[in-house]
Design a protein around this ligand. Structure first.
Ligand code: MN
Length: 212
């Protein structure tokens, strides 16, 4: 992920709003990006504006060092900085129609998943079950810990795994704004649709960065 500093620009989607149809609908993508992510980005910039000493800090640096930031800035970085960071991972982790095979992790990550979970289908079932268990607003992540070990991790609201020292590989946004227009309250169907547009390459590349 390209490192940016203040003022943060609205992340550009690497595909069109309608590119994930029929799995993720155009209107949801448009609102999710143009309204939700834009609001997080604007609020992050507004919060940082008076704090000149942090204008050359990357988002990663801010999120990894929340506890040493001025108290007045901490919540904004956690919520709005996290909102920007997490959505960039979420949107980048999706990709338009491709052969079904490209939705499955390959390479080093694929091998690790096979060893740890006993195969792709078992991993999918476990990830789906965990995503269904997230109560309220949050995300479910696949991350690596400091020793490079894979872990399924739940974060609340816009908390970021990097604040807790984990290296992100991929995530699903389970806030209702991510699926309510199409899937209503049926999160299970949304999770299935999310798997159908998963960008496996993005996750594989992230994993390599995590263990480097
Ligand atoms: Mn969201």
């Amino acid at each position: 992920m390209k490192k940016q500093c203040y003022p943060f620009e609205l992340f550009k989607l690497p595909y069109a709003f309608d590119a994930l149809e029929p799995h993720i609908d155009t209107k949801t993508m448009e609102l999710h990006h143009n309204r939700h992510l834009k609001t997080y980005t604007d609020k992050l910039n507004a919060a940082l504006k008076p704090f000149h000493e942090f204008h050359n800090w990357s988002l990663e640096r801010l999120l990894c060092n929340i506890n040493i930031l001025p108290v007045k800035l901490r919540n904004d970085i956690r919520n709005n900085g996290g909102g920007v960071f997490n959505h960039i991972y979420y949107f980048s982790g999706l990709s338009p129609a491709e052969p079904a095979e490209s939705r499955k992790f390959g390479g080093n990550l694929g091998n690790k998943i096979d060893k740890l979970f006993g195969g792709w289908d078992k991993f999918k079932a476990k990830f789906k079950e965990s995503a269904l268990e997230v109560f309220g607003s949050g995300y479910l992540w696949l991350v690596a810990d400091r020793r490079g070990h894979l872990k399924i991790l739940h974060t609340e609201n816009q908390d970021s795994p990097i604040t807790r020292g984990f290296c992100p590989i991929m995530c699903i946004d389970v806030w209702e704004h991510a699926y309510y227009l199409k899937h209503y309250n049926v999160r299970a169907d949304y999770i299935d649709d999310w798997f159908a547009v998963l960008n496996a390459k993005f996750a594989e590349e992230n994993y390599l960065c995590c263990i480097r």
